[in-house]
Design a protein around this ligand. Structure first.
Ligand code: GRF
Length: 212
C-alpha cells in the first residue's frame, strides 16, 4: 500500500513513519508499517521534514499558499492544486496529515471520496480542537480543569479535528511538568500512535481486516 504525507514543520512524525516502513525486525518495540511512503508535500519550503524525506529518497513537493496568494490566486486554487497533485501524481491508498498547518476545506476533501485522509492531533477528541492544543491543555492543567491530556489520529472531515477517531491515547501531565516536558512526552506518544493508526487505517482501507 502507498502513503502520501503532508507536513509543515520539523517532520518528526514523518520520520516515525519513514522508520516504521523500514523497520523489518518484528520483535523491536517500535511498530512497523507495511507500506511505501511515495511522496511528501509541504506548504513551507523551509520545513525540515523535506530534508528527512529527501534523505529517505522520497519525492517531495512544496505548495505554498503564500505564493498562490502573491500570484493573485485563491485559497480554493491552493486546495485544488494540493489535492490534484495527490490524486493525479501519486494516487496513494492513504493520505496522512502530520503537522499540516492548513485546515482542509470541504472543497479539498471533495477530491477524496474514499475518505482516506488521516490526521494526527495532539489532544483527545473534542478537548482542544484546532491550533496550539498542547499549550491549551497545559494551561487547563495549571488551572486545575484537567488532570491529563492525550493524542489521537482520526479520519479527516471538514469539521476541524472532529472526524471518526482511529486511535487515541491518554498522556499524563505531571505536577513537575513544564510546557516543554509535556510537549516531549506528547511527541514521543505521537511517534507511536501515528504509525499504529496509519497501519490500522490502511488495513481498513485495503480490506485486510475482512480477510483475517
Ligand atoms: C505535531 O504535534 C502534530 O500533532 C501537530 O503538529 C506537530 C507536528 O510535528 N499537528 P512534526 O512536524 O511532525 O515534528
Amino acid at each position: 500500500p502507498t502513503i502520501v504525507v503532508l507536513i509543515s514543520g520539523s517532520g518528526s512524525n514523518l520520520q516515525a513513519l519513514i522508520d516504521a516502513t523500514q523497520n523489518t525486525n518484528q520483535d523491536s518495540g517500535s511498530p512497523s508499517l507495511k507500506a511505501n511512503i511515495i511522496g511528501v508535500i509541504s506548504n513551507r519550503q523551509k520545513a525540515y521534514g523535506l530534508e528527512r524525506a529527501q534523505k529517505a529518497g522520497i519525492p517531495t513537493e512544496t505548495v505554498s499558499l503564500k505564493r498562490f496568494k502573491d500570484q493573485g490566486k485563491s485559497r480554493e486554487d491552493f486546495d485544488d492544486a494540493v489535492a490534484t497533485l495527490i490524486t493525479t501524481k501519486y494516487q496513494p491508498d492513504l493520505v496522512v496529515l502530520a503537522g499540516w498547518m492548513h485546515i482542509l476545506s470541504p472543497r479539498f476533501l471533495a477530491h477524496f471520496p474514499r475518505d482516506n485522509v488521516m490526521n494526527l492531533h495532539p489532544a483527545l477528541p473534542g478537548q482542544f480542537d484546532g491550533a496550539h492544543a498542547i499549550d491549551r491543555a497545559f494551561e487547563a492543567f495549571q488551572q486545575g480543569t484537567i488532570s491529563e491530556t492525550g493524542i489521537m489520529v482520526h479520519k479527516v472531515i471538514a469539521d476541524v479535528d472532529r472526524g471518526q477517531v482511529i486511535l487515541q491515547q491518554p498522556v499524563p501531565i505531571l505536577p513537575s511538568d513544564t510546557l516543554s516536558t509535556l510537549e516531549d512526552r506528547i511527541h514521543l506518544a505521537e511517534h507511536d500512535i501515528i504509525v499504529r493508526g496509519a497501519q490500522a487505517f490502511l488495513d481498513e482501507l485495503t480490506g485486510k481486516q475482512q480477510q483475517q
